[in-house]
Ligand binder design. Structure first.
Ligand code: DQA
Length: 156
């Protein structure tokens, strides 16, 4: 949360906590850098995450990845009443998971849906998203920069 109060004996002042954002990546995104580089690029998410942390030093950024639908839903529920924002790339579950869509709607924390590729230029089954209707906004097609733009959307 944005502001935290310091209790006595330090109650004379307040501390600034910074914004807390969680990036959640779904299935196969652990293979970024190796997986279909012509679509997803050749940088691993771990490398890119370091760049993001350096670019936004005042943002408390965390990153979670799972290939398992229930674990992703569990993480959305866990952080969805505590963090200031969730940046969610549900990957293939975007197009199949009613459960993930419901989780996005169930939590208080705003969720920005991101995709690396422009899913609307790809196969028709990728044109459907179970996430979008519950999301604050959707950013897609900018490569890994989609995550950067999503962070900026929370700062503006
Ligand atoms: C993706 C697009 C999805 O269709 C695909 O299943 C992914 C990645 C993207 O970031 O472009 O795994 O979410």
């Amino acid at each position: 949360m944005k502001y935290g109060r310091v209790f006595p004996p330090f109650s004379f002042c307040c501390i600034f906590d910074g914004m807390k954002l969680m990036i959640i990546n779904g299935p196969n995104l652990n293979l970024l850098g190796k997986r279909e580089p012509e679509v997803y690029g050749s940088v691993t998410f771990e490398e890119y995450f370091e760049q993001l942390k350096n670019k936004f030093p005042d943002v408390e950024l965390e990153y979670y990845q799972s290939n398992i639908e229930g674990e992703l839903i569990g993480k959305i529920q866990e952080v969805g009443f505590q963090y200031d924002g969730i940046i969610l790339n549900a990957a293939a579950y975007t197009h199949t998971s009613v459960g993930m869509g419901d989780a996005v709607k169930a939590v208080e924390t705003p969720v920005v849906e991101v995709h690396i590729s422009n899913t609307h230029q790809r196969e028709e089954y990728r044109h459907v998203s179970y996430i979008s209707s519950g999301a604050k906004g959707v950013i897609l097609g900018f490569g890994l920069q989609s995550y950067d733009l999503a962070i900026q959307s929370f700062l503006n």
